[in-house]
Structure formats: C-alpha cells, structure tokens
Design a protein around this ligand. Structure first.
Ligand code: PAF
Length: 288
C-alpha cells in the first residue's frame, strides 16, 4: 500500500490504476469506514482512501484541534483491508497560500446540520470536489450516517458534472444501536451508556409510522419524548424531512428521512433512519 502525501504522487498512482473506488475520510477509522473500504474492494479493481481532517468544515467553536487522530493505526487497518493507496495531505497541500474558492450547494446546506453548523457544507463540498479532482475515482463511497452530506455530495456531482458514481452504504452500528462515529470516542462512560437513546428515538418514530401514523409532528414529538428519558441527552434538532430536498414534512411519506442531532455534554451525535416503502398489499393490489 502506498502512502502519498502530495497531489503529484496521487496523480501518478491514479494513472497506474484502472477503475478506482475511493473512500474519503478524516481518519480515526472505525468499522463503518472499513465497511466502505470492503465494499469498494468488492466492486472496483483498485481502492484509494484519503485521510484528511478538513479544517474548512469545522466552525470556530468546534472540535478541529481535538478531533481524534491515529495515523499509524489507520494505515495498519487500511493495509490489512487491501487498500492500494492512501492520500495523506497536509492542510497546505489542499489549501495553498491564496486559496479562496468555496462551493455553495444552496438550500439543502442551510437546514439541519447546516443550520447548526453554518459554513460546514461549503467546507465539505469544496474539499470533496478537490478530492474527486485529485483522485479521479470511478466510484466514491459514503456512509448513510451522514445523510445530509450524502445529499450534498450527490448534488455536487450532478450540478458540476463530476464523472463519479456516488455510492451510499448503510450505517454501521454498535451492538446497542449507537451509530459508529469517530466522535463516539469523546463520550464519557455515563454519556456512552445513554447514547443509544438516539437510535432508540428514531426507532420509536419508525414504530409509530409502521402502525399507521402519518402526522410528521407526532413523530417529532415521539422522538423528543424518547430523548427526554435520557438525563444527559440534549437535543439540538429532530427532523422528518423529504429525503431529496430536506424540507420538513407535514405529512410523513414513504422514504422520508428521520434525523436528529443530540448533544451529550460537548459531544454532538447525529443519526438518521429512512422510512421504508409500505409493504405491497398481499393480493398484489387486486380486489378479491
Ligand atoms: O465524512 C467525512 O469524513 C468528511 O466530511 C469528508 C467526506 C471526508 C470530507 O472531509
């Protein structure tokens, strides 16, 4: 496995590779990242990963300086996973002196995470566009846990005609339902014990939907009521939204995106769940 810190080295490695699967990451890898790598391995001739803690997607009061890092362990995991090359740039490689570009992907970036973290998605869209231009993958793999990021990246590729197929893979969870995230490492033991309430709240809303509830506000209330059972959990938002536009819904539709952000002390966890289509009528929809 080649570890390549410069754009020039990546361009050279890219020329040698055929169809390339790409997993962009900020490092401190967990089973969720590795599931994306595994999928890329199965579907593409070669696999590239980037490890870059992108400063422009962190707000001034966010966790950039304390974001967890362990390059040695990450590289070991990626070598074992059969990755062909890893791009490990320093910030100056991506943002040289005089860099001023920023990609605004519009309305979908101003709600949910974008409302709580102004500028976050401009940072994500800009760095992902740069990484796509540098690595030039055939396919790029993202986790459903960052649902809004997936919407933004799909639009980025569509609006800027970037020739990359975006694949979104299911969220990988701990045994108790907590979505895997590098930020879980910030949780104290007490916070970690309560953190599964996030997925439980989403699941409670899904149970209501399965039972026929179609009032989106009822689902939001159910999620908030569930979170309120955890002493250390402080909800930032709960949402029932259209999966493409991310606009809040009045009436819940199949495929709607349930999502939330919840603070445990200084740590902010996000998670989501997509409501399934209604089951086909047993008789195939034909009247008896
Ligand atoms: O999901 C992440 O880890 C980051 O947002 C990404 C896509 C690597 C861009 O910095």
């Amino acid at each position: 496995m080649d570890v390549l810190p410069t754009i020039a080295q990546v361009r050279q490695a890219r020329r040698r590779a055929g169809p390339l699967g790409f997993v962009p990451t900020m490092g401190f890898l967990h089973a969720g990242h590795l599931s994306l790598v595994e999928r890329a391995r199965a579907e593409c001739g070669a696999v590239a990963v980037s490890i870059f803690v992108n400063p422009t997607q962190f707000g001034p009061n966010e966790d950039l300086s304390r974001y967890p890092r362990d390059m040695e362990r990450d590289l070991r995991l990626l070598r074992d996973a059969g990755v062909d090359f890893v791009f490990t740039p320093q910030p100056a490689e991506i943002y040289p002196q005089g860099f001023e570009a920023s990609i605004d992907m519009g309305a979908v970036t101003r709600v949910l995470e974008g409302a709580s973290r102004p500028g976050h998605f401009a940072g994500v869209a800009t760095v992902v566009a740069k990484l796509f231009n540098i690595v030039q993958p055939s396919r790029a793999y993202f986790g459903q846990k960052d649902a809004q990021q997936c919407v933004v990246v799909r639009r980025l590729v569509r609006d800027l005609d970037i020739p990359v197929e975006v694949i979104v893979a299911p969220t990988v969870r701990e045994a108790d339902g907590l979505a895997m995230s590098s930020r879980n490492s910030y949780l104290t033991p007490d916070q970690r014990a309560e953190a599964p309430v996030v997925y439980q709240a989403l699941s409670a809303a899904r149970t209501l939907f399965d039972a026929g509830e179609r009032d989106a506000q009822a689902l939001r209330h159910a999620m908030l009521a569930h979170i309120a059972t955890a002493r250390l959990a402080d909800p930032d938002y709960v949402s029932v939204a259209d999966p493409q536009t991310l606009a809040e819904l009045d009436t819940v539709e199949e495929g709607a995106l349930l999502s939330m952000a919840v603070r445990f002390g200084k740590t902010r966890l996000i998670d989501n769940l997509v409501l399934p289509p209604s089951p086909e009528p047993r008789n195939g929809g034909l009247s008896a």
